[in-house]
Design a binder for this molecule. Structure first.
Ligand code: CP
Length: 336
């Protein structure tokens, strides 16, 4: 006999308001376009809020009603696995209505511009846009075309702020303070939005940052990226790892291999790839990577799988950080 009784629904788990008043309330920005102009107070507020959302994610029912009634569109003009899925999960965990847009299969293929695409989607009554785009500055541009709150999910080689925030949350799981922490960022700095956002965020919080890579992959205008704190450049991996607490390896963008930025992938791995020998010599070194990893290029395959590589912890923290960003930017201060 068919049971037509409704399934008992679990009671919604009440969301405990983050204790953000201890740090100060709210963000000073309407959008998250980058970390270059976010203060240490704002970054700390996002990290503290993310820690509280992480508690929600560890519950049996990983959902709170915080963004009920809020509509978020994930506008992705470029490929993504981690950022896209974790934004979507974060939105669902917050009970927002979510819509996913991919440039492929959309009217972009018929020549529709970013502005027209966004304005047409906004005409369907949305509140927030998460944008990944291949052009630096695309998210700034979007704020001039729409009234919705804009979150930059990576714009060309400019910034990827939520990646840097999840990196900083992961660092805070291993170290008590950022001040004086030695972080080496290794790889293709010139084309890396992850490097830029991390440089801004880490220097703002008082960490010492070393940039390391082949000369063609280090921007000559590095002093213009940030003048906030201790930023050092080296072209020697040994120098970057000596005394370093965290090595953050960046993806070598294989699509740029035709530009002769370094002799070969094998040579890059020999000179700048982190190997088991480095983990054996630097016993406290922690290894990070934003993904996707080219195994055997930036990191030896055994290093990727090593317990001191926290790559999957970074991915896990991505959901909580994006929940925190969505929550704080939405201006919601009540779950009622
Ligand atoms: N780290 C990162 O941005 O990965 P995806 O390109 O897969 O989103």
């Amino acid at each position: 006999m068919l049971n037509t009784q409704p399934h008992p629904q679990p009671e919604p788990v009440p969301f405990v308001q983050p204790k953000t008043e201890q740090i100060n309330s709210g963000l000073d920005h309407r959008h998250l376009l980058g970390l270059s102009d976010y203060s240490s107070r704002e970054i700390e507020l996002i990290l503290e809020t993310a820690r509280q959302f992480r508690d929600v994610l560890n519950r049996p029912i990983k959902r709170v009603p915080t963004l009920r009634g809020v509509t978020v569109v994930n506008l992705f003009f470029e490929a993504s696995t981690r950022t896209r899925i974790s934004f979507e999960l974060a939105e669902k965990r917050l009970s927002a209505d979510t819509v996913n847009f991919s440039a492929s299969g959309s009217s972009v293929s018929k020549g529709e511009s970013l502005k027209d695409t966004a304005q047409n989607i906004e005409a369907m009554k949305i509140d927030m846009v998460v944008l990944r785009h291949q052009s630096p500055g695309a998210s700034h541009f979007l704020t001039q075309c729409v009234d919705s709150i804009v979150i930059n999910a990576g714009d060309g080689a400019h910034e990827h702020p939520t990646q840097a925030l999840l990196d900083m949350l992961t660092l805070s799981d291993h170290f008590d303070v950022f001040k004086g922490l030695n972080v080496s960022i290794i790889g293709d700095i010139t084309h890396s939005r992850v490097a830029r956002s991390n440089i801004h965020g880490l220097l703002t919080l008082g960490a010492n940052v070393t940039i390391c890579g082949p000369r063609p992959l280090i921007p000559i205008e590095l002093d213009r990226i940030s003048s906030k704190g201790s930023l050092r450049v080296t072209h020697s991996l040994e120098s970057a790892l000596e005394g370093c607490d965290v090595a953050m390896a960046l993806r070598i963008q294989m699509e740029r291999q035709g530009q002769n930025l370094f002799p070969s992938v094998r040579e890059y791995h020999t000179q700048f790839g982190i190997q088991m020998d480095h983990l054996n010599r630097y016993k406290d070194l922690i290894v990070m990577h934003p993904g996707p990893v080219n195994r055997g290029v930036e990191l030896a395959s055994e290093v990727v799988d090593h317990e001191r590589a926290v790559i999957l912890n970074q991915v896990t923290n991505g959901v909580a950080v994006r929940m925190a960003v969505l929550y704080l930017l939405s201006g919601q201060n009540s779950t009622e």
